[in-house]
Design a protein around this ligand. Structure first.
Ligand SMILES: [Mg+2]
Length: 233
């Protein structure tokens, strides 16, 4: 996406969930561990961290099962057991599990009249936001049930923008994963990456964390990006 086609006056911010608003990776790990233990499959945190980060639930199950073959019905039953365990665990989530800076940013966006949406591949996103006590900030939540094509396809962000009636070129996506950054750019949106620069170098802006950053700072950085592009062109 050519920066010049995007509008530096941001009217909506679309948040990824995991790694941006909160971190549910540990809860996912614990529920996979319980499933593996019940099935007598050797598995531990190291194996999880080495091979399962970023996998969808079907691929994650394949990884745990290794050479063991299951039919589609058994696969669905195993995934349901894992998800039931995860849903029980995330009952423990509360506002203390918000990642640094998120609470302040939501308050500032709300005060500034900027629309707020979610664009998460998680099928439990709404429940997680409810548990975190922040769902009232969101004008719309697009989750893993909203569109068939997952990131890096732009669909979930386009769907969120359409649902809040804001042009993609006036949306800013906040993401922590390369596939999410690619999806936002493919949607013609601005993208702020949160995490290491080497992982998110395609984003318009990259910050190590949202802690200590204000909405005014973010807007100033977007305008700077836009103006630099004009000078370069
Ligand atoms: Mg994420």
């Amino acid at each position: 996406m050519d920066t010049l086609e995007r509008d530096p006056h941001i009217a909506a911010v679309i948040f990824d969930l995991d790694g941006v608003i909160t971190n549910t990776v540990y809860f996912h790990y614990l529920s996979w561990q319980q499933l593996a233990d019940e099935e007598g499959i050797p598995f531990d945190k190291l194996a999880h961290d080495r091979g399962m980060l970023g996998l969808n639930r079907e691929d994650a199950l394949c990884y745990i099962l290794g050479d063991r073959k299951v039919d589609p019905i058994q696969q669905q039953l195993l995934l349901k057991r894992k998800n039931d365990c995860y849903l029980e665990l995330i009952n423990e989530l509360n506002h203390e599990h918000l990642l640094p800076g998120i609470g302040n940013l939501l308050v500032e966006l709300h005060a500034a009249g900027v629309k707020i949406a979610l664009g998460s591949s998680s099928k439990n996103a709404e429940l997680v936001l409810n548990r975190l006590g922040i769902s009232h900030f969101f004008n719309f939540m697009a989750d893993g049930n909203s569109v068939p094509r997952l990131k890096p396809a732009p669909d979930i962000f386009l769907y969120a923008a359409k649902s809040i009636a804001i042009e993609p070129r006036q949306c800013l996506v906040i993401e922590d994963a390369p596939a999410g950054v690619a999806a936002a750019l493919a949607a013609g949106m601005w993208v702020l990456g949160v995490g290491p620069l080497d992982r998110l170098s395609q984003a318009d802006l990259v910050l190590p964390t949202l802690s200590g950053i204000s909405w005014i700072d973010i807007m100033a950085k977007i305008k700077y990006c836009f103006n630099s592009q004009i000078i370069d062109s």
